[in-house]
Design a protein around this ligand. Structure first.
Ligand code: FES
Ligand SMILES: [Fe+2]
Length: 467
């Protein structure tokens, strides 16, 4: 059998008119940045996944101890807690922490449990100069130092020295707040890998949260994240995107970090998929892209006049730069890739940021507190601020229940709202099917190239869970 294994996997499938994204990037008139010239340094070879991993309570508990308590986790954005004393909970499976702004440019993270009898201290976003437990009113300053215990005479062993709130590590990048409950963990910088360098020009720290939805999904958190780690499902699940998204022409890159990985999925936009019929052309794809952008981000903009005799991608990239400048009051020098394509960076285990002016989303996937068959999928729209105007306030999280559609609720998600609903409709089917599979062949079979990010995430689960 081993003779049949293709040693050099085919890295995508394109044509002269619909080239793979790497070829488009080499040709781009808008130039290349360091992210576009960088190539992944690792190829996984983990083509099957035991489906038990998606529903077994023992795996779920193992993940809590060996992943969620050990990794750097994206918890919130700085602008979610703009004032000193503002705080938000971060729930991840049965674990819970809360993040507090303790000074203008200082944040702390604490275990979300009262040192008296364990009551959760921050169940929802709150503010105030002190943190007070609702049960018996033990009270701390926002930096975690003990302030007051009613009837303190009854707790002579609790002092101002030992009565502070237990803290976990916190660090920040790009306006994102990360925490790590493992005091032995390496620095955040190590876990971020190539992201800060690749996304420097994108400057996530200068953006704001325009919309934010947190949906309860009837599927394991890994199943839900995997729905975004490959473009292979586009033509079946999102047929409307086939004329202007090059799913099979996508590129996948992996950069291992010491304890995890950065994975990148890059899907060319404004070009037809290889699955689209011969009637689909780059010119039409560019027109659809412009219409989607206008109706979503640039209602005031004029649609581009495209000359089919010239480089379509260069024209549509230049059009996007122009309407960006008209809208935000400053030029954008990003390459065509950032203006047009869908480039997603995943940081192990559960963080995803789109490197895209077209679709500037951030995702977070977190397990439910008790049920491996449920998770939370949080979507943020991270928009640029307008030059010379104050940063708009961060949109609070809207909770969306099982079965509720995101699309209907969120005009701010534009065309992508419908795409999310299509993805979410698959999720309960994948979860139920995983449990219904023939026990003799209860595995997922992953594609060699297009599903390579999923392969590597499972290699990491194997390594970390068996440690
Ligand atoms: S449990 Fe918090 S003060 Fe009693
Ligand atoms: Fe999708």
């Amino acid at each position: 059998m081993s003779g049949m294994v293709n040693k050099q996997p085919q890295r995508g499938y394109g044509s002269a008119e619909r080239p793979v994204i790497g070829v488009l990037w080499e040709r781009d008139a808008g130039g290349q940045n360091q992210a576009m010239t960088a190539k992944g340094t690792y190829e996984p070879s983990h083509k099957s996944v035991d489906l038990k991993r998606y529903y077994d309570p023992a795996v779920f508990s193992d993940e809590v101890e060996k992943i969620w308590r050990k990794q750097w986790l994206y918890a919130c954005r700085e602008e979610d807690i703009p004032q000193i004393g503002d705080r938000v909970p971060f729930h991840v499976g049965p674990l819970s922490f809360f993040i507090v702004r303790t000074a203008e440019d200082e944040f702390k993270a604490f275990y979300n449990a009262c040192p008296h009898r364990g009551t959760m201290l921050c169940a929802k976003p709150e503010s105030g100069a002190t943190i007070r437990c609702p049960y018996h009113a033990w009270e701390w300053n926002v930096d975690g130092k003990l302030k007051r215990i009613p009837s303190h005479w009854d707790f002579p062993e609790v002092t101002r020295v030992n009565g502070g709130l237990p803290e976990v590590k916190l660090d920040r990048w790009g306006g994102f707040v990360f925490i790590n409950a493992d005091p032995e963990s390496g620095p955040l910088e190590e876990a971020l890998g190539v992201m800060p360098e690749h996304l420097r020009q994108f400057a996530p720290e200068t953006r704001y949260t325009k919309a934010r939805y947190r949906k309860l999904v009837q599927a394991n958190w890994k199943i839900t994240q995997e729905a975004f780690q490959e473009a292979y499902h586009l033509y079946a699940t999102h047929p409307e995107g086939v004329p202007f998204n090059g799913d099979s022409q996508s590129q996948y890159d992996i950069w291992p970090t010491r304890n995890g990985a950065i994975g990148r999925e890059a899907v060319p936009s404004a070009v037809p998929s290889m699955h689209a019929g011969p009637e689909a052309t780059p010119l039409q794809a560019a027109h659809v892209f412009a219409q989607v952008m206008k109706s979503w981000h640039y209602p005031e903009a004029d649609l581009p006049e495209l000359d089919s005799a010239k480089d379509i991608r260069a024209q549509i990239g230049a059009w996007h730069r122009k309407v960006y400048e008209q809208t935000y009051g400053r030029p954008n020098h990003a390459p065509d890739a950032v203006m047009l394509d869908s480039v997603l960076y995943f940081m192990f285990p559960h963080f995803c940021i789109w490197f895209s002016e077209a679709v500037p989303f951030v995702y977070q996937f977190t397990p439910h507190s008790t049920d491996p068959g449920l998770c939370y999928f949080e979507v943020r729209l991270l928009m640029p601020c307008t030059e010379g105007e104050p940063r708009p306030p961060s949109s609070p999280a809207v909770e969306v229940g099982i079965g509720e559609s995101i699309f209907e609720k969120v005009p701010a998600f534009g065309f992508l709202g419908m795409i999310f609903d299509q993805d979410m409709n698959n999720m309960p089917l994948v979860q139920r099917g995983a449990q219904a599979a023939d026990p003799q062949q209860a595995i997922a079979r992953l594609g060699t190239y297009q599903e390579s990010l999923i392969q590597h995430w499972h290699e990491l689960f194997d390594r970390l869970l068996s440690a």
